[in-house]
Write a protein that binds this ligand. Structure first.
Ligand SMILES: Cc1cc2nc3c(=O)[nH]c(=O)nc-3n(C[C@H](O)[C@H](O)[C@H](O)COP(=O)(O)OP(=O)(O)OC[C@H]3O[C@@H](n4cnc5c(N)ncnc54)[C@H](O)[C@@H]3O)c2cc1C
Length: 411
C-alpha cells in the first residue's frame, strides 16, 4: 500500500522538501499542514519589496500553485498541528482532526521574540514575520509620520530603509554598542550606521525601549536613557525563537533546535526536520548550528526529501545569506565566529561598495560583500577550498579578485 508523507509548516523548507520528494521518486501521498492561510511564499521580501508595496503576495509565492497541483501535493492551510503521536503515527490538529503519517517532515521554522514592557500590546506596535504583519504595518505607514524600530539587526535595518523611502521619519534603537553586533565586525556596523545616517535615519545605540504609551494606539516610546520618542508606528525586530515545542512534546531530541543528523533525520528515523527549526552539525566549521536563512531551509530540506525517498545524500553546505538596504546588496558567505582579523577590500568609509574578509589561521572563514558579487563568489571558494591568503593581493583593488584563488601567500 502507498505510504503517506506529512509535512508540518508551509514555508521555504516545506516548498523545497515537497518538490524534492517528488523529484526523488516518492509516489505516495504528500500533505502539507500550514497554520498560515497561504501556500509557501518568500519571507525575505516581507522587510523589503512587500513592505515597500513593490510586490504582491502572489508575486512572492515560492512556486505557483499549479506546480504543487501537478506534483499532487495537498495543502491543509490555516490548520495548526498540535500534537504528534509517534507510537500510532498520527498528528492531531487544533480543530481536532487526525492526520496519519508514515513519514513526517518538521519544517516548523521559528517565531519572533516579543518585547514584554508596559504598553507592548498597543495598536501600532508590530513584528515582521509573516504576511499578515506586513498588512498590519502598512495601515500605519504615512509620509511625515514617526517610525521607531526596536532592534538594529538585519530586519530592523531593512524595515528602516523601506520606511524612510516611504517618507517616514525613522529612528532605530539598538541596545548593544553597535548595529548588527551579533553578526558582523565593527567595520560593517560602522558602514551601515554611516549609510543610514546619510539617508536620514537616526541610529541610537546603547538605547532600549522600556515602555510604550498612547491612547488606544502607540504614540510614544519610552527609552532607558530617559528620552521619549514620538511614534505612529513601532516595528520590533529583536530575534527569533525556533518552534521546537511540538517536537519536544513528542519526545524528539531537542537542543538549540530539533537535533538532526547530516541526513536531516531526527532522533526518530521516520521523522526529518529542516530549516530554521533544525539543529545540525556543520563539518566545514566543525560546529553544531541552527541557521536562520533561506539557503539553509532550501538545501537542508532538499536533503531531508532524499532521506525520506530512501536516497543517501548528506548535508554539508556553506551557509550564505543576504540583506537589501537602499541600493546596497549585502551578500554574506560563511560564518565569522572566531575570526582573528578582518581585511577590507575597497573603501568602506567613503563609498557604497566593498568586501570584508574574515580570516582565521590565514584562511578566509567568511565574507561580507556590499555591492561586490565577484568578491562574494570568490569568497565562497576561498572558504571551502581553505586557500591560504595573500593579504597584499586581497586588499589591492588593482588585482583581479579571481587571482586570489590558488594564490600563494606573499613572503
Ligand atoms: C522579514 C524577514 C526577512 C528575512 N530576510 C532574509 C534574507 O534576506 N535572506 C535570508 O537568507 N533569510 C532571510 N530571512 C530568514 C528566512 O526567511 C528564514 O530563514 C526562512 O523563512 C526559514 O524557512 P523555514 O521554512 O525553515 O521556516 P519559516 O519560514 O519560519 O516557516 C515555518 C512555517 O511553519 C508554520 N508552523 C509552525 N508551527 C506549525 C504548526 N504546529 N502547525 C502548522 N504550521 C506551523 C509557521 O507558521 C510558518 O509558516 C528573513 C526572515 C524574515 C522574517
Amino acid at each position: 500500500m502507498s505510504q503517506s508523507c506529512v509535512v508540518i509548516g508551509a514555508s521555504h523548507a516545506a516548498a523545497s522538501f515537497v518538490t524534492g520528494l517528488r523529484q526523488d521518486g516518492w509516489e505516495g501521498r504528500i500533505q502539507v499542514i500550514g497554520d498560515e492561510a497561504y501556500i509557501p511564499y518568500h519571507r525575505p521580501p516581507l522587510s523589503k519589496a512587500l513592505l515597500a508595496g513593490e510586490k504582491t503576495l502572489e508575486e512572492s509565492y515560492i512556486r505557483p500553485l499549479d506546480i504543487y497541483t501537478k506534483a499532487n501535493v495537498e495543502f491543509l492551510l490555516g490548520k495548526r498541528a498540535e500534537q504528534i503521536d509517534r507510537a500510532n503515527k498520527k498528528i492531531t490538529l487544533a480543530d481536532g482532526s487526525i492526520v496519519p503519517y508514515d513519514k513526517l517532515a518538521l519544517t516548523v521554522g521559528s517565531r519572533v521574540r516579543k518585547v514584554n514592557v508596559p504598553g507592548h500590546e498597543l495598536d501600532g506596535i508590530h513584528y515582521l514575520r509573516d504576511f499578515s504583519d506586513v498588512t498590519k504595518i502598512k495601515s500605519h505607514i504615512k509620509a511625515g509620520g514617526n517610525a521607531v524600530i526596536v532592534g538594529g539587526g538585519y530586519i530592523g535595518l531593512e524595515a528602516a530603509a523601506v520606511l524612510k523611502k516611504l517618507g517616514m521619519k525613522v529612528i532605530v534603537l539598538e541596545m548593544m554598542d553597535r548595529v548588527l553586533q551579533r553578526v558582523t565586525a565593527p567595520e560593517i556596523s560602522e558602514f551601515y550606521t554611516r549609510i543610514h545616517t546619510e539617508e536620514g535615519v537616526q541610529i541610537r545605540c546603547k538605547v532600549g525601549a522600556t515602555g510604550f504609551e498612547g491612547k488606544g494606539k502607540v504614540e510614544r516610546v519610552i527609552c532607558n536613557d530617559g528620552t521619549i520618542l514620538a511614534a505612529d508606528l513601532v516595528i520590533v525586530g529583536i530575534g527569533i525563537i525556533p518552534n521546537v515545542e511540538i517536537a519536544q512534546a513528542a519526545g524528539l531530541k531537542v537542543e538549540n533546535g530539533i537535533v538532526v543528523d547530516d541526513h536531516a533525520r531526527t532522533s526518530d528515523p521516520d521523522i526529518v526536520a529542516a530549516g530554521d527549526c533544525a539543529y545540525h552539525y556543520n563539518a566545514i566549521y566543525d560546529r553544531w548550528l541552527r541557521l536562520e536563512s533561506v539557503q539553509n531551509a532550501n538545501d537542508q530540506a532538499r536533503v531531508a526529501a532524499s532521506t525520506v525517498a530512501g536516497l543517501d545524500k548528506a548535508y554539508n553546505a556553506l551557509p550564505w545569506f543576504w540583506s537589501d538596504q537602499y541600493d546596497l546588496k549585502l551578500q554574506i558567505a560563511g560564518l565569522n565566529q572566531g575570526y582573528e582579523e578582518v581585511l577590507v577590500r575597497g573603501d568602506r568609509t567613503g563609498s557604497r561598495s566593498f568586501a570584508a574578509f574574515y580570516l582565521k589561521n590565514n584562511t578566509v572563514i567568511a565574507v561580507d560583500s556590499v555591492n561586490r558579487p565577484a568578491e562574494f563568489m570568490v569568497g565562497k571558494r576561498l572558504i571551502t577550498e581553505k586557500t591560504p591568503i595573500d593579504r597584499i593581493k586581497l586588499v589591492n583593488e588593482a588585482v583581479n579578485v579571481k587571482e586570489l584563488l590558488g594564490a600563494k601567500p606573499a613572503g
